[in-house]
Design a protein around this ligand. Structure first.
Ligand SMILES: C[S@@+](CC[C@H](N)C(=O)[O-])C[C@H]1O[C@@H](n2cnc3c(N)ncnc32)[C@H](O)[C@@H]1O
Ligand code: SF4
Ligand code: SF4
Length: 469
């Protein structure tokens, strides 16, 4: 079988899945860990809201913190969900390249369910255009997959160090499950079964899965190609073989026992073997659980909690500006930018215009210009009011949502959807946004390209040619 030893094209077919949809391809293209080329263009941020863990790995000691050190599980301050959301808004405004926010510790996000979901839900409504990501050992995964999908988490990393309970028992001495402490082979077998169940459920819901494996010489080094093969069968997209970090001063069991770290050559060899089955990530920087910035840089020390303003600045203008930069509108020369604009599309997979305006949960944002039609990202819409018992006044809640959706789309020139009601149609028109249904069930990019050709000849059409007023 041909090798797929590169993260440049995780959708090369080695995952055994069907071709990627345009939306999946875009999610990969904008995630610095999933796409090697994205890591020079897009930044990520980890929010350290999850201090507890439901198991113990022999290579982890979360108590050891050094602000000068970049290592998984290390943080300078653990945040409450409210602090995390405020910090994320602040960083998103300061860092236009920010594309992804993840929760990766310092413990396990799913051993801190309330803190993790409060943070994810707050982020989802505060930052509609940012991708959400999570990293877990998988023990508590099966029960929360639907919740993760519903809150809009598109990327989940699961650490799978073994498939075989004998090997796993050498890495995990104990775990807590259903209020009980389990040890040895029993604990190991349970963890492995729940990892598989969780990963299968994630991929069935369309969530992209990356597998992390810590390469531990003499324990799982020969076994990791089998992990890669299984992960591919489960529908995972990418395998990240990480070298064990094991020093006595970190106070881990492996560090104190003198378990050695792998050499660069050993890591390369294992990745090459794993690469026979699955695309490999070779640009992981084993970031801290509060890392901020492009991969390879850490700006977390520039954003201490004490520097976060008490009152958050409005986010929508920040988002509009980010979309313009992304689309090349804000940075392009005058002559190029004069014809460029943003449009929103209601589409399920990015192929056809096939969603009703009122059913959309995420709008896809495209730029249209002489250079072509390009997907630049997506925006989550505020939820509909569905539960009448919670609504004192259903009509006014509907109006509020419509106001919020129009504000979310204020920088676009047109909205393409399969159908739309009269009242949203009128509200969009009042806001200078053109509702378009004539391209329903047709190709997204062809319809936008045709629309752009027609509209560029009518200079007065559309109020927001150049983005937000
Ligand atoms: C800090 S953990 C947080 C997420 C979750 N608790 C987990 O273990 O997947 C993030 C990643 O760092 C890895 N990691 C932790 N300590 C490590 C070490 N000493 N050497 C290499 N990788 C390590 C974990 O295995 C995991 O893949
Ligand atoms: S599961 Fe993650 S946080 Fe928990 S002990 Fe292992 S590496 Fe540390
Ligand atoms: S630890 Fe690796 S996978 Fe996680 S954000 Fe950093 S580079 Fe990406």
């Amino acid at each position: 079988m041909a090798s797929c030893h590169s993260s440049a094209n995780p959708g090369c077919g080695a995952s055994g899945k069907a071709e990627l949809t345009p939306l999946q391809a875009d999610k990969i293209a904008q995630h610095p860990c999933y796409s090697r080329s994205a890591h020079h263009r897009y930044a990520r941020m980890h929010l350290a809201v999850a201090p507890a863990c439901n198991l113990q790995c022999h290579y982890c000691n979360r108590k050891y913190d050094c602000s000068n050190e970049s290592r998984p599980g290390v943080v300078s301050e653990v945040l409450s969900p409210a602090q995390a959301i405020a910090k994320a808004r602040h960083v998103a405004a300061a860092l236009p390249q920010l594309a992804v926010i993840g929760i990766a510790g310092p413990g396990d996000p799913l051993a801190n369910i309330a803190r993790t979901f409060n943070t994810l839900e707050g982020l989802r409504s505060a930052l509609p255009d940012i991708k959400l990501c999570l990293s877990t050992n998988g023990l508590a995964l099966p029960e929360v997959v639907d919740r993760l999908a519903d809150v809009g988490v598109d990327h989940v990393t699961v650490t799978v160090n073994a498939l075989d309970a004998d090997i796993a028992a050498q890495i995990y001495p104990w775990l807590w499950f259903d209020g009980e402490r389990l040890e040895g082979l029993e604990a190991a077998a349970l963890l492995l079964a729940r990892q598989e169940e969780g990963i299968r459920k994630l991929t069935a819901r369309g969530i992209m899965v990356k597998i992390n494996s810590v390469l531990i010489p003499g324990i799982n080094d020969r076994h990791l190609p089998a992990v890669s093969e299984k992960a591919r069968e489960w529908g995972a997209m990418l395998h990240n073989v990480m070298p064990l970090i094991s020093r006595p001063e970190h106070g881990t069991v492996f560090g104190l026992q003198g378990q050695r770290e792998p050499s660069a050559r050993e890591v390369a060899e294992v990745r090459a073997n794993c690469g026979m089955s699955m695309p490999q990530m070779a640009h992981c920087h084993q970031c801290r659980a509060d890392a901020i910035g492009m991969l390879g840089e850490d700006r977390s020390q520039s954003f201490p909690l004490s520097a976060i303003p008490q009152t958050a600045e409005p986010y929508l203008p920040v988002m509009y500006r980010r979309a313009q930069i992304q689309a090349g509108i804000a940075t392009a020369g005058e002559s190029e930018s004069a014809d460029a604009c943003l449009v929103a599309v209601a589409t399920r997979e990015g192929v056809l215009i096939d969603e009703h305006f009122g059913h959309v949960q995420r709008f896809q944002i495209y730029s249209a210009s002489a250079a072509g039609v390009t997907l630049i990202g997506e925006r989550f819409t505020p939820p509909f009011c569905t539960d009448k018992s919670e609504c004192d006044d259903e009509v006014s809640r509907h109006e509020q949502r419509l106001d919020a959706v129009v504000a979310l789309l204020a920088d676009v020139s047109a909205v393409f959807c399969a159908r739309i009601g009269l009242s949203p149609w009128q509200r969009l028109e009042q806001a200078g946004i053109e509702p378009c249904v004539s391209g329903a069930w047709q190709s997204v990019t062809e319809v936008i390209a045709l629309w752009w050709q027609q509209h560029r000849l009518v200079p007065s059409a559309g109020k927001n040619r150049m983005g937000a007023a």
